[in-house]
Each structure stands twice: as C-alpha cells, then as structure tokens.
Design a protein around this ligand. Structure first.
Ligand SMILES: C[S@@+](CC[C@H](N)C(=O)[O-])C[C@H]1O[C@@H](n2cnc3c(N)ncnc32)[C@H](O)[C@@H]1O
Length: 310
C-alpha cells in the first residue's frame, strides 16, 4: 500500500505492514483492513462505535465486491470485527451496528450474548433505487443500539429532541394536570427514524454507493457521546461518522480499505490536500450527469442537510 502525503501541522503518516495511519489533532484514518487496523486501537479506549459494514448484497465498493459464499460465512466475518469493536469500547461505551434486514437477526443473537441491546432502530426513507414490482420493496435499514453497561452509559436525551407534532402543531392543553399546561413541543425520538437518503443534489453527497446521511450520524453521536470523546467507525466509506464527529467537537477514528474512499476521508476531515501526488478536490458537480437528463450541477441547489422528521 503506497500513499504519500504532504505533512503539515500535527499530521503524521505511519506505514505498517498492513495499514497506513493518518492523523490530525481530532481524527485518525487507517487505510487498511479493519480486522488488522482495529488491533492498533487500544482496548477500552473508545466511547462509541458506529459500524456500517458491507451488507452481503453484491454492491461494489471500489475494487471490493460485497458478496460472501453464504449467510453463515458473512455472519462469521461480522463476528470477527464485532468482537474487536466490543474490546475497543470503554466499559461505559455504546455500539450502533447496521446491516441488511436479512442479516441482522444473526448479529442480534450474537450481540445480545455480549452486550445489552437497548433499541432496535428502523431507519426508513422515501425511496429505494430500483422500485420492486412484484413484492413490497425495502424502504428501511435496521440499526442496533447496544451498551456494555445498562447502568452506566451516555444518553444525552436533551440534545436530540425533535418536534412533538401533537403539542407543537395542535397547541393542545393538558387538562389532566393540576394546572392546565400546554403539551410539550419536543420529544425524544422513538425507534423509527425518517431521514432521507443522501442524494446527488445534496451538499453532503460524495461518490460512494452507500453513503449514510449526516443527520443519522448527528443523532447517534449527540446521543451517545460528549464533546472530546472518541468515536470509532471500522467501515469509513465517505467518513460521514468522522466528519460529523469533527463538527460536533468529538474525536474520531475511521478505517477504510479502498483508496478512493481514503481520499474522500483525508479531504473531508482536512487531514491532507494530496494523496499519491493527486490533488484532493471536492466532487465536481458542474458536469452534465451520465443519465443524460441535462441537469447541470451548477444549477443544482443543495437540499436542507438536516431534514429530519419523525
Ligand atoms: C456501507 S459502506 C460505509 C459507508 C459509510 N457509513 C458512509 O457514510 O460513507 C462500507 C464501507 O466499508 C468498506 N470496507 C469493506 N470491508 C472492509 C474491511 N474489511 N476493512 C475496511 N473497510 C472495509 C467498503 O469499502 C465501504 O466503503
């Protein structure tokens, strides 16, 4: 693996046999397989793990095709990196994990033997890429929220409250109280989260087949960490987790093994401006899109970033 970066400030490049490590004061990127890179992270050092692995559904991530020989083989691979993630978590830490609806039962059974699963979250959205015609198409992805110690974990409920439709919109008064009081206008989100998927027209869009919305990570990071705490993402992709952690004043560690996505991470986190002599630039949306719809990127208005409803 070769990667040459101009180094400035605190930035450090470390080349090991199996991974390269790029660091800045608030973020570390490992370029390598997470099963190896995770060994470099000290045990019990991380406050939050967010893991969004390949789902075994045949997507292509750079040179890597997301297919395992069987469901069992996929689950066995997941157990290997999950074991490491659990080891890296502090005793007060939380772990959120995503996978396909069909694979989640394997992870659920495995995790409930080792951690406490507090919520089984459904992230749902408005449309899948290709519309199913002969069955009910999948419009959600499951997320497990687990903690090491159900008596000692962070949950910043006040920081993630959302509008409570009943109270805020209908302006109802609760006459059951001794003194009639207006209904609360905010509430803690339940376990079904409506958050639009990342689309080309959104400002946060990067070139990746499975980028997660910043709004999803914002809720998770705000709920389960405090400022300056450490977030670990073993499957960085476009490094959404680390980018949101940085914006929220948290520290982060992201791991990824495809060079095109490492480039996105180094740029998005401000760690480097070049990689292997290549200038790292934001995605050029000024070209006419391949689908030939004639829309020029420079006429595209970014949609609202945090378009969260419930
Ligand atoms: C579902 S995507 C993660 C997307 C990410 N959450 C985001 O918002 O951009 C999974 C990523 O894991 C990477 N990956 C797959 N296997 C890996 C491994 N063994 N080690 C490190 N990265 C891996 C893939 O290249 C892909 O970018």
């Amino acid at each position: 693996m070769k990667g040459k970066l101009p180094l400035y400030g605190f930035r450090i490049t470390l080349r090991m046999d199996n991974f390269e490590k790029y660091t800045s004061p608030d973020a570390t990127i490992y370029y390598g397989d997470c099963l190896t890179a995770l060994l470099d992270v000290p045990d019990e050092s991380v406050d939050l793990v967010f893991a969004d692995p390949p789902y075994n559904i045949g997507k292509r991530f750079g040179e890597f095709k997301d297919v395992w020989p069987s469901d069992n083989a996929y689950a066995e691979w997941c157990y290997r990196w999950l074991e490491l993630c659990v080891r890296k978590l502090k005793p007060t830490g939380s772990l959120y994990v995503m996978t396909s609806t069909q694979a989640m039962p394997y992870l659920d059974l495995w995790l409930r033997e080792r951690l406490t699963i507090l919520s089984r979250i459904v992230w749902h959205y408005d449309s899948s890429g290709v519309q199913a015609k002969k069955y009910f198409g999948s419009l959600y992805e499951p997320i497990l929220f687990c903690v090491k110690d159900p008596k000692a974990y962070t949950f910043n409920a006040d920081d993630i409250e959302i509008e409570a439709k009943t109270g805020a919109v209908r302006k109802l008064i609760d006459y059951r109280k001794e003194v009639p009081t207006p209904y609360k206008t905010t509430k803690i989100p339940g376990n079904t989260w409506y958050i639009p998927r990342v689309r080309y027209r959104m400002a946060e869009y990067e070139e990746h087949p499975s980028q997660k919305p910043e709004a999803l990570l914002e809720r998770i990071i705000k709920a389960s960490t405090n400022v300056n705490e450490i977030v670990l993402d073993p499957f960085g992709g476009t490094f959404t987790t680390c980018a949101v952690a940085q914006r929220l004043g948290r520290k982060s560690i992201g791991i990824e093994f495809q060079p095109d996505y490492i480039k996105i991470g180094l740029r998005r986190l401000g760690i480097a401006s070049q990689f292997n002599g290549e200038e790292l630039r934001t995605l050029d949306k000024t070209y006419v899109r391949k689908n030939g719809n004639g829309i020029r990127g420079d006429s595209i208005k970014p949609t609202r970033l945090f378009d969260v409803q419930i």
